[in-house]
Design a protein around this ligand. Structure first.
Ligand code: IMP
Ligand code: MG
Length: 181
């Protein structure tokens, strides 16, 4: 079973549900009077699970879009370069954008993405991430909607993977060290 590989549960499915509901309510409230479109942009694949829960917790019209990005490994830390494997389908000019991520770690990916999308002249850009590891930050990122701050431990589940595994675990947990070794 997948749970045999988990050292400790950080956030249960129930806790996650409650937190996501609150984030959705917060977002709905903030954009209540917006007449422009609100684009929720999910960063695949990690944010897929959080994204689908989050949008259903936002009680107002939302447009979906997705991006697939990949970082260049260690080189990204200095260059801040991120490779876009799938770009947005729609123009965001003059519209509201909420970038939805699973976790912000070094911040490199989000720092780059935000700047890139800003260049397309949206009306606003906000960042929503379910998790953040502030102690790991290299690039500055302002997170507008955050689920939880977490310590520097490797987490899996609820979209987060280790070698593409555990994304479909319904809770978030710390992976056993024996799994890496
Ligand atoms: P960064 O903020 O540019 O360093 O990259 C964030 C990305 O690293 C996330 O979207 C995840 O794909 C991955 N990541 C960071 N920490 C973890 C973790 O604890 N578990 C699984 N993936 C992680
Ligand atoms: Mg990711």
């Amino acid at each position: 079973m997948m749970s045999d590989d988990i050292e400790r549960v950080c956030f249960s499915a129930e806790e996650i549900r409650t937190r996501v509901q609150k984030l959705g309510e917060e977002i709905a409230r903030d954009y209540r009077d917006a007449s422009e479109k609100v684009y929720c942009v999910g960063i695949l694949k990690g944010a897929a699970v959080f994204f689908t829960d989050l949008v259903r917790a936002i009680d107002r019209p939302i447009d979906f879009d997705f991006m697939i990005v990949s970082s260049y490994g260690e080189a990204t830390v200095s260059s801040g370069q991120v490779k876009i494997l799938k770009d947005l389908d729609f123009s965001i000019e003059g519209q509201h954008v909420i970038i939805v991520e699973d976790i912000i770690d070094s911040g490199t990916t989000m720092h780059y993405l935000r700047q890139m999308l800003q260049g397309r002249h949206p009306k606003s850009i906000k960042i929503c991430s379910f998790l953040s590891k502030p102690s790991r930050r290299v690039a500055p990122v302002q997170i507008d909607y955050l689920g939880y701050e977490v310590p520097d431990e490797f987490l899996v589940g609820y979209g987060l993977d280790y070698a593409e595994k555990y994304r479909n675990l319904p809770y978030i947990g710390v992976l056993k060290h024996s799994v890496y070794e």
